[in-house]
Design a protein. Structure first.
Length: 365
């Protein structure tokens, strides 16, 4: 089988690249190894109107690329800002309001001065609605395949042979690799040599969140902020931060309910030994006293992301540059937050850039 372009990875960067390339007319195939598209975007909406983000909750307010992509996917009127941007810090004496930008500094986020206090933006029906819209608006020249994993990429004339785990293969004029770093290293072993080996040891962090829904009457705190963070010198039962979801963005829950999302930076041991109930108990313990909560949560969702967050150190950036240098002259480009910066904005920009590079390379002629 032959296709003009193959995109390996159906997360946000891969879908963005497919969306942009499809408009140029080539036949595009997207292979996603899991059972759903969207990668770091994953939203659930309950029958009674509770919206739960299991992945990213939004994107930086300064982003131009994400609203642009939303407009292209017919979601331009769905972009919303935070209802509240105040953030508290947990202390031994209670919650203390922080100055704009102080929460980002304490958590180690790099935020330009002009962005301090602006918060983030999201979508009215959750970030997962962007995935749904991109999939729904793909042209007939795009084939989307779930549960289809690529095993390797090999040179084939002027193109690339894409070999699948199930033994099938197809030839592509160009390939976008939009997977996490370690799967990308396996795919690129032949094409990128030692630099791909270095990519396999890319530094990664794990994240886990627990979303808790309570009756509003059970929470005495006014929840008059976007949430609170827990500085390293404060005992927070392992909690790193808590987002007041139902206050942070309008319409996340019915008025009689509140939703809190509790974030952990779990150890490998915790991930392997604690079950969902254990994480829920830990999350509830981390917020109940501080927010004066009188009951157990009515509902909960646990979202573990093991080894899912790339750490963009100087060494990692050098490794990515070496991989891309090894691919020079080949119709293969990298896309995704594993390579070109963390976050939703970086993923979208990376997908757009990958599509542009393929179009400019002449691979479609």
């Amino acid at each position: 089988m032959e296709r003009d372009i193959v995109i390996v990875g159906g997360g946000l960067a891969g879908l963005t690249a497919a969306h942009r390339l499809a408009s140029a007319g080539p036949r595009v195939t997207v292979f996603e190894g899991s059972t759903r598209f969207g990668g770091q975007l994953h939203t659930e909406l309950t029958a009674d109107g509770v919206l739960v983000e299991l992945g990213a909750e939004g994107f930086v307010a300064r982003s131009v690329a994400v609203p642009e992509l939303c407009a292209e996917a017919e979601l331009g009127d769905q972009v919303i800002g935070q209802s509240r941007t105040l953030t508290y810090a947990a202390t031994d004496d209670g919650l203390v309001a922080l100055e704009p930008g102080e929460a980002a500094r304490i958590l180690g986020f790099q935020v330009p001065p002009e962005e301090l206090g602006r918060g983030i933006r999201s979508l009215r029906r959750g970030m997962g609605s962007l995935t749904d819209a991109l999939v729904a608006t793909m042209g007939s020249n795009v084939e989307l395949r779930l549960s289809t994993e690529a095993a390797s990429l090999e040179p084939s004339g002027s193109g690339i042979e894409v070999r699948l785990v199930d033994g099938r293969s197809l030839r592509a004029g160009a390939v976008v690799v939009a997977t996490p770093a370690r799967p990308a290293a396996r795919l690129l072993a032949t094409l990128a040599g030692s630099s791909a080996t270095d990519l396999a040891s890319a530094p990664l962090l794990s994240n886990l969140s627990v979303s808790l829904v309570y009756r509003r009457s059970a929470v005495a705190h006014p929840l008059d902020a976007s949430g609170f963070i827990v500085p390293a010198n404060v005992d927070g039962a392992g909690v790193r931060a808590c987002s007041f979801v139902s206050s942070k963005f309008a319409g996340r829950t019915p008025d009689h309910l509140v939703e809190l999302r509790v974030f952990f930076r779990p150890s490998a041991e915790d991930l392997s030994t604690l079950d969902d109930q254990g994480w829920v108990e830990r999350a509830h313990a981390g917020v109940a006293e501080r927010l004066h909560i009188s009951t157990e949560p009515d509902r909960w969702w646990v979202a573990p992301w093991a080894n899912a967050l790339p750490v963009h150190t100087d060494d990692h950036r050098a490794t990515v540059a070496a991989v891309e240098a090894s691919l020079a002259g080949l119709p293969v480009v990298l896309a995704g937050s594993a390579f070109h910066g963390a976050g939703i904005d970086a993923a979208v920009l990376s997908g757009m850039r990958a599509a542009f590079e393929i179009q400019e390379s002449g691979a479609l002629r």
